[in-house]
Each structure stands twice: as structure tokens, then as C-alpha cells.
Design a protein around this ligand. Structure first.
Ligand SMILES: NC(=O)c1ccc[n+]([C@@H]2O[C@H](COP(=O)([O-])OP(=O)(O)OC[C@H]3O[C@@H](n4cnc5c(N)ncnc54)[C@H](O)[C@@H]3O)[C@@H](O)[C@H]2O)c1
Length: 324
């Protein structure tokens, strides 16, 4: 039975704990929060788990086989460094952070230890993404159009630039990662962002609430991704791929529509992608076989880099080259 600890005590810590508890090869042994009280709230719900407000104390006491990191973007760094120093594999929720230097530093530490890592780009594990990937083997992509159009999450860290990094880094990163997974690497990024509305509704909103980002891909294909968080409701998130044989529409990461000249085919997800993500990670820990992990730290850094380049471009007004 694998002993899993979870750092973070919010919505997604709870979601991962639920999925882990349903498995018969793993149990959640600890939660680490910013306060013991917060960690206790979750620990009470998962029998046999303990609450901590200090990561190293938890590691010394519980000796977990792996750790799930479910903290906001600004809280990354020390947690990963501590786990890497002790050689403890981790699954970390996207985004990897908000700041390039710290993420690159963690990458170099991960690589020096050859540590097993997984990053929460769960969309890769959907049947929609997998089916699209297969269909694309025999199609030529011209361009992609992606979006994440919704409302602003209620948590305060999300609204601060140095809390979440902004919507493109925090949410739309899923679509950026899907573009990389299906079409390949990004060479150049150009972005325009604006604050149109949300800063007039709530105090201390620093992040842009509309954005449009253009990507040049190494293959020669192009992509345009748009996002907004100024709607009063979640509207849509997804990616459309325009190919020589028709259109592939991945919607809300759970559903694929394949539009050809004479017919339209729909594919629905048969399994929970978060379960598959955990299965791949835990399988790697048990067997050493990492082949089922579809996004590890090194790969996720490339998606992160595209999103931080977009922020840089939105500030400078200039395109940012990622590869020459
Ligand atoms: N893959 C997905 O589909 C998905 C979905 C939701 C959230 N997420 C990601 O998960 C992360 C957490 O999101 P959430 O919705 O759970 O946020 P949340 O605000 O509900 O919870 C975050 C928790 O982390 C705690 N925290 C902050 N700093 C900490 C630290 N240093 N040590 C321990 N705990 C700390 C906070 O007290 C809070 O309880 C975010 O990066 C988010 O993008 C991913």
C-alpha cells in the first residue's frame, strides 16, 4: 500500500484525496496546510490521515512514498526543493509556479536526481485528446483556435498577479499544453491583454480579464488562443484544430467532435482523466516504468514557458521568440 501525503488543503487537495481513497493500492496518510486547523478539516474526512502545518515534520513522521502538491501558483518552490532533496516523487498541480527562474531551478534539481514527477495536465489523459492525437497522425494541421472563457474564481490569490500569474498562466495553460501535446513545440508568442471589467467589480484585482495570444509553431502551423474571466458564468474551454481533412473540436476537455466533409463523429470520454493521471504516476512509483506519465516536470516546463512568454509579450508589446 503506497503512503501518499498531500500538500494543500483546498478544492483540489480534496479532489485528489477522494480519488486516492477510492484506490486499493494507496492511502492518504497526511495533509499539510498553512495552518494545522485547515489540514485537520481535511484529515478528519480521510480516516487514518494526520494534519500538519510543517512539511518536514510531516515527512519525518509519515515517511510518504509520494506527495501530491496542490497549492496555489505562488506557493511553489520550497515544497518541491524539500521533496527533491529527500528523493520523494511528487505529482504537482499546474501551473508549476509564476516565476521562470525558480521553475528552471527546480527542473535542474529534478533532473539531477532523475526523480519521478507528474504534472496535473489531466487533459492529456482524456479520450478526446488521445483520439485527436491518433487522428492527427494522418492529417495535416493548418491552425488551431483555443479558448478559456469564463468567470473569475473567488479565491483571493487568483486575482493577484504575483498570486496566480494571471488567467493565461493559471487556467489557459491547459489549452497551451494541449496545443503542444497535439501539434508540437512553440517557437514564438505574441500577446495582448487588458483589464476591462473585473477590477471595477472587486478590490485588488491586478490580473488582466481579457487576452488574445498568437503562437507560431515549429511545424509551421499557427494557433490563436483567447481567454476571459469577466463573464458571470463559465462559458467554454477547448481547442479547435483545422486540418486538411476537416475539423477536430475538443470541448471542455471531455468531448471530441470530428467534422469531415460528409459526416460528423462524436467521441465521449469513457474514463476519468484524473484517475488515469494518478494511475500512471502510482504505476511509475511501484514499477519504475514512467511510460504512462503523459506530462512530467521537464515537459510541463515547456508549457509554463509559453505562458510566461505570453505575459512578457503583453507587457512589452513585442513578440517573444522561444526557439531561434
Ligand atoms: N488540473 C486541474 O484540473 C485543476 C483544477 C483545479 C485546481 N488546480 C490547481 O491546483 C492548485 C490548487 O488549486 P485549488 O483550487 O485547490 O486552490 P484553493 O485555493 O482551493 O486551495 C489552495 C490551498 O493551498 C493552501 N496553501 C497555500 N500555500 C500553501 C503552502 N505553502 N503549504 C500548504 N498549503 C498551502 C491554501 O491554504 C489552500 O487551502 C492550483 O494551482 C490550481 O491551478 C488544477
Amino acid at each position: 500500500m503506497l503512503k501518499i501525503a498531500i500538500v494543500g488543503t483546498g478544492w483540489f487537495a480534496d479532489k485528489h484525496a477522494d480519488l486516492l481513497t477510492a484506490r486499493d493500492d494507496a492511502k492518504v496518510v497526511a495533509f499539510v496546510g498553512t495552518t494545522v486547523e485547515k489540514a485537520e478539516k481535511l484529515a478528519l474526512r480521510y480516516a487514518g490521515s494526520q494534519a500538519f502545518d510543517h512539511l518536514e515534520q510531516m515527512l519525518d513522521t509519515c515517511k510518504p512514498d509520494a506527495v501530491y502538491i496542490c497549492v496555489p501558483p505562488m506557493a511553489h518552490g520550497y515544497i518541491e526543493e524539500t521533496l527533491i532533496a529527500r528523493g520523494i516523487p511528487f505529482l504537482v498541480e499546474k501551473p508549476l509556479g509564476i516565476e521562470e527562474e525558480s521553475v528552471q531551478h527546480i527542473l535542474s534539481l529534478v533532473e539531477s536526481k532523475k526523480l519521478i514527477t507528474s504534472v496535473g495536465y489531466h487533459v492529456r489523459y482524456t479520450d478526446a485528446a488521445q483520439t485527436a492525437k491518433k487522428l492527427l497522425e494522418t492529417r495535416k494541421i493548418g491552425m488551431a483556435i483555443g479558448s478559456w472563457m469564463g468567470n473569475m474564481p473567488g479565491v483571493s490569490w487568483w486575482r493577484k498577479q504575483n498570486g496566480s500569474g494571471g488567467q493565461f498562466i493559471e487556467q489557459t495553460t491547459h489549452i497551451v499544453d494541449l496545443v503542444r501535446y497535439l501539434i508540437g513545440e512553440v517557437d514564438e508568442v505574441y500577446a495582448v491583454y487588458a483589464q476591462r471589467h473585473m477590477h471595477t467589480v472587486h478590490d485588488h484585482v491586478e490580473v488582466a480579464d481579457v487576452g488574445a495570444v498568437t503562437l507560431k509553431l515549429a511545424s509551421g502551423a499557427i494557433a490563436t488562443l483567447t481567454n476571459t474571466c469577466m463573464l458571470p458564468f463559465g462559458h467554454k474551454a477547448g481547442l479547435e484544430l483545422y486540418t486538411d481533412q476537416g475539423v477536430l473540436e475538443i470541448e471542455q476537455s471531455r468531448y471530441l467532435k470530428h467534422i469531415e466533409k460528409t459526416q460528423t463523429t462524436e467521441f465521449f470520454d469513457a474514463a476519468n482523466p484524473y484517475e488515469r493521471e494518478s494511475e500512471a504516476f502510482l504505476h511509475a512509483i511501484k514499477t519504475g516504468d514512467r511510460s504512462l506519465i503523459l506530462s512530467d516536470y521537464a515537459d510541463a516546463v515547456k508549457s509554463f514557458r509559453v505562458t510566461t512568454a505570453a505575459l512578457q509579450s503583453s507587457i512589452s508589446g513585442l513578440p517573444i521568440k522561444l526557439r531561434s
